[in-house]
Design a binder for this molecule. Structure first.
Ligand code: NDP
Length: 249
């Protein structure tokens, strides 16, 4: 039986990588909904792949007026919102010796502030009993070189899952967080020169305890669990989906 039949979901960053993997997994379990991003082309292509049950909404998650429009438009189209995935984000690099104030603000605006206000702006439209899934990162758990600021933003996101769950107890909205390890997405490719991508992926896979890097579908399956009744006893929980890389490598 489809685990998300008749559920309506909003997935920020649903036009690429992990977000698209989540959208595909939701679709395969019977959900409909909206994917949200800034890139018109990838939005349209992704929505076309997902089919007529999904709409694409062009919006910047760091812009609060855009966020209000996202949830208003989704609720108008589908009549309700059951599931929110606050996934949009991006890794940034730099050590404490060299990150500028502008880079600091950009990292925090996208990876922390946007998550806070994505949830806030969704609340008036979300069903009581719904599920909110935040996307953190295993970089919150280990001091990977140059990923300190990004890791700090994601560590705060892990805390927000608990704090939001507490705030939303009366509405029975569960908020949980997935923390992916290295996952094969366009974002991964941005950190590596094009001609070295395959070699670097092979090298990463060789040091992963599970023997491979993650795929967006790994996160998609976990998100289906958190969106569905199967996880009805999870509140403020973190699921580390990392093939063992954070603590076992
Ligand atoms: P991608 O670059 O493939 O996807 C990022 C998505 O976020 C895109 O759809 C992008 O859409 C959207 N996005 C970025 N900025 C904005 C913005 N200001 N407004 C709206 N949408 C935005 O990256 P991943 O799939 O790898 O990353 C998804 C999430 O997973 C992120 O939060 C990332 O930090 C996290 N993560 C990724 C890991 C990995 O190894 N890949 C590991 C751990 C965590 P558009 O460009 O159209 O705006």
């Amino acid at each position: 039986m489809s685990k998300l039949k008749n559920k309506v979901a909003v997935i920020t960053g649903g036009n690429s990588g992990i977000g698209f993997g989540i959208a595909e997994a939701f679709k395969s379990e019977g959900a409909a909904g909206a994917i949200v991003g800034r890139n018109h082309l990838t939005l349209e292509l992704s929505a076309a792949q997902l089919g007529s049950d999904f709409i694409a909404i062009n919006a910047d998650v760091t812009n609060l007026a855009d966020l209000e429009r996202v949830f208003k438009d989704t609720a108008e189209k589908f009549g309700k919102i059951d599931v929110l995935v606050a996934n949009a984000g991006a890794g940034t690099t730099g050590t404490v010796a060299d990150v500028s104030e502008a880079e600091y603000n950009k990292t925090m605006d996208l990876n922390l502030k946007s998550v806070y206000f994505t949830v806030q702006k969704a609340l008036p439209y979300m069903n009581d009993g719904g599920s909110i899934i935040l996307i953190g990162s295993n970089a919150a758990h280990r001091a990977y070189p140059s990923f300190g600021l990004y890791g700090a933003a994601k560590a705060a996101v892990i805390f927000l899952a608990k704090s939001f769950s507490s705030d939303l107890l009366t509405r029975k909205i569960r908020v949980n967080v997935i923390t992916p390890g290295t996952t094969d997405t366009p974002a991964f490719d941005k950190f590596v020169p094009a001609e070295k991508i395959e070699a670097v992926k092979t090298q990463f896979a060789s040091v992963m305890p599970i023997g491979r890097i993650g795929q967006p579908s790994d996160i998609g399956k976990t998100a289906v669990f958190l969106a569905s009744e199967d996880s009805s006893f999870l509140l403020g929980a973190e699921l580390l989906v990392d093939g063992g890389m954070t603590y076992l490598a």
